[in-house]
Design a protein around this ligand. Sequence first.
Ligand SMILES: Cc1cc2nc3c(=O)[nH]c(=O)nc-3n(C[C@H](O)[C@H](O)[C@H](O)COP(=O)(O)O)c2cc1C
Ligand SMILES: [Fe+2]
Ligand SMILES: [Fe+2]
Length: 389
Amino acid sequence: MSSTYVTDSVFYAGVSDRTLDLFESQYPVPNGVTYNSYVILDEKVAVMDTVDNRVSEQWFANLEKILGGRHVDYLVVSHMEPDHSANIERFARKYPEAKLVGNAKTFDMAAQFFDLDLEGRKTVVKEGDTICLGNHTLQFFMAPMVHWPEVMVAYESSEKILFSADGFGKFGAMDAEEDWAEEAARYYLNIVGKYGVQVQGLLKKAAGLDIQMICPLHGPILRENMGYYLDKYQTWSSYQPEKHGVLAVFGSIHGNTAHVVRKLAEFLKEQGETVEVLDLSRVDVSFAVRKAFYYDRMVVAGATYDGGVFPCVEEFLLHIRSKNYQKRTVGIVENGTWAPMAGKAMRGILEGMKEVKILEPMVTIRSVLKEKDLPALKEMAEVLAKSGS
Ligand SMILES: Cc1cc2nc3c(=O)[nH]c(=O)nc-3n(C[C@H](O)[C@H](O)[C@H](O)COP(=O)(O)O)c2cc1C
Ligand SMILES: [Fe+2]
Ligand SMILES: [Fe+2]
């Protein structure tokens, strides 16, 4: 992508990547991803972060074009994760006059990642410190664990821009034609979701600033409706559901557990509920995690597998647990042919979660759904419907 104006003096130097198979070796990115980087041209010049080493050449080319021969005064390092920091060493060698701006933790990490003598080139900032570029002034706010401990954001007060690091990021290349909220939610909940408390801390700091634009490190620049985006982050970081409804996920080896869940979904619909059914064998877990946080209630159904639960169900539950899944009501459906154990395995993981109410009793199916099982299933649907927030 060629250089673009963000404003008259702020430029986009980032790169879209549509060839990546898995972001962080884990998340499918069907519409790609971007590594964002910005340049502020004023009396002094600041570059805001580097990019992943997959797109280094394009980034250096973008930078040269934007700089038009000017020297760089500062490289602001808001996050040391390699998708943003990979080019620090090469940048520092290419622009020897540039100082690196980070906090104490940033430079500790930089020393681990790079063999770079930064003597005389470090500008160490702490909470509230400012750097004046001329007309533009950057003020730094620490955002520990959003998404690593050294993360900091920068607020540019003349144009009221928040450089928000990974916060407000989204999967998808710049030209991806898709809703912001879904892919931003999948990004946030899977990547930063565990740290809701820390995100709330950052939102409190943001509330004290007049933000007219957000420049994140992934995905589009947010130029209007700031309230909408801040509101979404408020909801996600406080683990509030977005939708009154039931997510029904299942892991089924031969399809019988799937059939049970579809029947349960029918009963729930009869109760007037919104239900979404996901086959955990066939949907990537990152999408299922996003949906788990979307609804206020969930049914987890699993076939028994070698004395435990079918692995895709276990994997899903471990994922939502690590993302601090909470404040939800969950029903359990197990299936087994000779010694059903899936329910115990699922319950064991769910019990470790904060404010997760497990519905009693769970439903046990022996191999195939029979007429005799319907009352228990119907009852679970009724109890679930009553327990909605
Ligand atoms: C590899 C494998 C391991 C299984 N292990 C158990 C088990 O330990 N205990 C049990 O009761 N059923 C076990 N089963 C049987 C399934 O749990 C049972 O047939 C299944 O719940 C039926 O639902 P499904 O059609 O959704 O797969 C196993 C099945 C397979 C294929
Ligand atoms: Fe990150
Ligand atoms: Fe990132």
